[in-house]
Design a binder for this molecule. Structure first.
Ligand code: AMO
Length: 539
């Protein structure tokens, strides 16, 4: 049997069906053309009728040059009562009341204000109100409005006693919807596994995970909560400099590209440097000591620190900001401890004075207790051996010369808070065995060293020590650490001690950790603009 050839000619039925469909499509096209035409005519009619057509639109090239207060900051709004002003703002949301009335919430920095868009014969038409209501949230606009005192306080904006009566609204940069994250969601706390959100704010907000927030960091950072965190971080940065400058320190900048690892190879990032290996600095330790060798008596540095540690915790980053200092010692290394304790107190008190309101708002979201501080002369300074004793009395088992585990650190912090009513303290005289090779052993007992850590809310924020400035002793200690004093990473540093170097010491502080523990934030990533950790190098 042969297969019949498929006919190349369409059947009559198929032809009829195709003709019917073509007719249908034609009619549909005619109908939609008619509709489009009608809509166009309607829009043209609206424009003709729209007395306010000039007062709104898209683009940033048509500002009428009228005599008005230009580019006003919302925080200075009081100075402009009853005046027409121009503002650059972001639209937070829009709300239509009727065809004749709408409300916009406008934000600028940490401030927000209500704008009333009400029909007026001179400035605001109904098409303009429709335009205003349809502005996508997060769009950047230039708005003209008259500043008016309100009869009742507005609860939903930071500026409660004034509002703006709209006169002109121009979209400068239109946000494309849908947004992957609403900045308002980031005003609430993180969903935590171990701590149920307790505040009123948290109940009102949907919970968005930290990962989602960090993946959309530009939108996340727009939250006022985040702006406050970075305002406070900037405050720590400048208070650190203010205090140390007034105590004779100068700011230095040491290299971050190194020819060899300086503090052991395990936690160093290697990079390709013109066909040879180079390394990212794990700390400015050796360079700041070399500044002392170079006769700079007091130096400080604020710079990035890179650690290739696979630590996926809430207090570790692979890139953080180090606040470092190094100074000559005249009699005793406690000169360094004194300065560092005073520095930390200056930072805490300065933050309290300058950012009290911001701090309170952040701590409220996370239901965090205020940071308890004693007077400078009463800062608890406890020897490591005493800390071990306190922990043993509280039921912990630990050896004399072991480093504390993170839970033990937290426990000791709690014990010290109960005993001294302080969230900040110094633990002094650490066992030599748990400190780096450059640490000066204690004269009275070589098993301990002239080194110390400082803690906030039971978590380490600072490490410091007197350094070995005696050439031969340093070589001995480097060898004990199974490193070579002749290696590329150490040779020049070690040699510097041959040419006369005063006793000296210093410390390094993690900027992000200060911010995290001062505010009581659950995760260090919240304090880094674009955090880097073992699984995150973007955005
Ligand atoms: P250390 O290694 O203890 O000491 O670091 C000093 C301080 O830096 C912070 N820190 C970190 N912050 C975020 N993520 C990390 N992975 C991380 N690692 C450390 C902590 C810590 O207390 N050269 C010495 C300092 C010195 O003796 O001057 C040093 O680097 O707050």
């Amino acid at each position: 049997m042969t297969e019949s050839e498929p006919s190349s000619q369409p059947s009559k039925k198929a032809l009829k069906k195709a003709a019917k469909e073509a007719e249908k499509a034609k009619k549909k096209a005619e109908r939609s053309a008619l509709l489009e035409q009608q809509e166009l005519e309607l829009r043209q009619q609206e424009v003709v009728d729209d007395s306010a057509a000039e007062n709104y639109g898209e683009g940033d090239n048509f500002y009428p040059q009228t005599a008005i207060d230009k580019w006003i900051q919302l925080r200075n709004i009081e100075e402009h009562e009853d005046r027409e002003c121009v503002f650059r703002v972001a639209v937070a949301n829009t709300r239509s009341q009727s065809a004749k009335l709408a409300f916009l919430t406008l934000s600028q920095g940490l401030e927000s204000i209500q704008m009333v868009v009400a029909e007026t014969p001179e400035y605001v038409s109904r098409p303009m109100i429709k335009f205003a209501v349809n502005i996508p949230p997060e769009s950047i606009c230039t708005v003209f409005g008259v500043v008016k005192r309100t009869s009742e306080k507005i609860q939903s904006t930071t500026i409660q006693d004034f509002e703006l009566q709209a006169r002109r609204i121009y979209i400068v940069s239109k946000a494309q919807l849908p947004l992957p994250l609403q900045p308002a969601d980031s005003e609430g706390p993180l969903p935590l596994e171990d701590k149920a959100p307790t505040t009123e704010v948290s109940q009102a907000q949907p919970l968005v995970s930290l990962n989602t927030r960090l993946n959309n960091r530009v939108l996340d950072l727009r939250a006022k909560l985040n702006h406050r965190i970075f305002l406070i971080k900037d405050g720590v940065d400048s208070l650190f400099q203010e205090f140390l400058r007034s105590h004779g320190f100068i700011r230095i900048h040491t290299p971050k590209i190194m020819g060899a690892p300086t503090e052991g190879g395990s936690s160093v990032f290697r990079l390709d440097y013109f066909h040879r290996n180079a390394y990212l600095a794990q700390s400015p330790q050796l360079a700041k000591q070399m500044a002392i060798q170079s006769r700079f008596p007091r130096v400080m540095e604020i710079g990035p620190v890179f650690r290739a540690e696979n630590s996926n915790t809430v207090r570790h980053l692979t890139e953080f900001t180090g606040l470092d200092m190094e100074m000559e010692i005249l009699e005793d290394y406690h000169e360094v401890v004194d300065i560092l304790e005073k520095l930390m107190l200056f930072i805490f008190n300065g933050l309290n004075e300058r950012y009290g309101k911001e701090t309170e708002l952040i701590r409220k979201v996370y239901a965090v207790e205020p940071f308890k501080l004693p007077a400078v002369s009463n800062i608890p300074r406890i020897e490591f051996s005493e800390g071990v004793k306190m922990l043993r009395e509280a039921g912990e088992t630990l050896d004399d010369y072991d480093d504390l585990t993170t839970p033990q650190e937290k426990k000791l912090g709690q014990l010290i808070l109960e005993k001294y009513n302080s969230d900040f303290y110094t633990l002094d005289q650490f066992p030599t065995a748990v400190r780096p090779f450059y640490t000066m052993p204690s004269k009275k007992n070589k098993s301990y060293s002239n080194s110390f850590d400082m803690f906030m809310r039971g978590q380490e924020i600072l490490s410091g020590a007197q350094r070995i400035h005696i050439h031969d002793l340093l070589i001995e200690r480097i060898r004990e650490h199974e490193m070579s004093p002749d290696s590329d990473g150490l040779r020049d540093y070690v040699e510097g001690f041959k040419f006369g170097c005063p006793p000296h010491g210093g410390g390094g502080i993690g900027l992000e950790r200060i911010v995290q523990f001062y505010l009581g934030l659950p995760n260090i990533r919240m304090t880094s603009l674009f955090p880097r950790d073992p699984s995150r190098v973007l955005p």
